[in-house]
Design a protein around this ligand. Structure first.
Ligand SMILES: C[S@@+](CC[C@H](N)C(=O)[O-])C[C@H]1O[C@@H](n2cnc3c(N)ncnc32)[C@H](O)[C@@H]1O
Length: 212
């Protein structure tokens, strides 16, 4: 696991959830809404994997269909416990994998939707994209949310929650154009791209890819 992953192990779930939910940060609701829209546009029929799923923001939008495999992946076991507590009753077949996404093992073509929101800032995008391509069915989609680089604001928003401050020097924002080039190199073609403004001058870039 890289240093960023190790730092995430030290961020208490309460600080993470509290920080993301702050009105000034405004990320929890936005990310949940974005995931809901992506699920509506690309409903999984075989399986969905959510990489860097944290405590399960947005899982309430995953369809309740026992024919569809649902997997949440994260390095932080406490987050995954909360995810199970919050969503395990509705999604009884929900699986969690506590591992570095680069060490995860899934069969080829296991999923027809893979979602990763604000994960690529903490890991090696090229290596993850190569794995994702193998896990996706030929008609599947990868949906990605990146934090848009901005000169005007810091990478980790100001917050009264002390736990998140240890992330400020391990976050590496990936410019969307660079990410698209890496995805193309891994055998994925961009299908759509959307710029989503946030409070404090930040923005997300929402990208959807299909196998080339
Ligand atoms: C900013 S949060 C993700 C937000 C979440 N996806 C959402 O939509 O609300 C980043 C998550 O990625 C996880 N993470 C960081 N590096 C990881 C890695 N190498 N493999 C798996 N999970 C990782 C962290 O523990 C954290 O839960």
């Amino acid at each position: 696991m890289n240093e960023a992953g190790r730092r995430w192990l030290k961020v208490p779930a309460a600080d993470y959830d509290g920080h993301m939910g702050l009105e000034s940060v405004g990320q929890t609701q936005k990310l949940s809404r974005i995931f809901a829209d992506l699920l509506q546009q690309h409903p999984p029929k075989k399986g969905i994997a959510v990489l860097g799923c944290a405590t399960g923001n947005g899982f309430e939008h995953i369809p309740n269909d026992k024919m569809v495999r649902v997997v949440g992946v994260d390095v932080n076991l406490n987050y995954l416990h909360l995810l199970k507590e919050r969503h395990g009753e509705r999604l009884r077949w929900l699986e969690t994998q506590c591992c570095d996404v680069l060490r995860c093992q899934f069969p080829e073509q296991a999923f027809d939707h893979i979602h990763a929101a604000l994960l690529f800032e903490y890991t090696d995008p090229k290596a993850v994209l190569e794995k994702v391509r193998q896990w996706l069915t030929d008609s599947g989609v990868l949906s990605v949310v990146l934090q848009h680089p901005s000169k005007a604001v810091g990478t980790v928003s100001d917050s009264p929650f002390p736990g998140v401050k240890i992330l400020h020097d391990v976050i590496t924002l990936v410019p969307p154009d660079e990410f698209i080039a890496l995805a193309e190199g891994a055998g994925l073609t961009m299908q759509s791209r959307e710029h989503v403004p946030l409070p404090q001058g930040k923005a997300f870039e929402v990208l959807v890819f299909k196998p080339a």
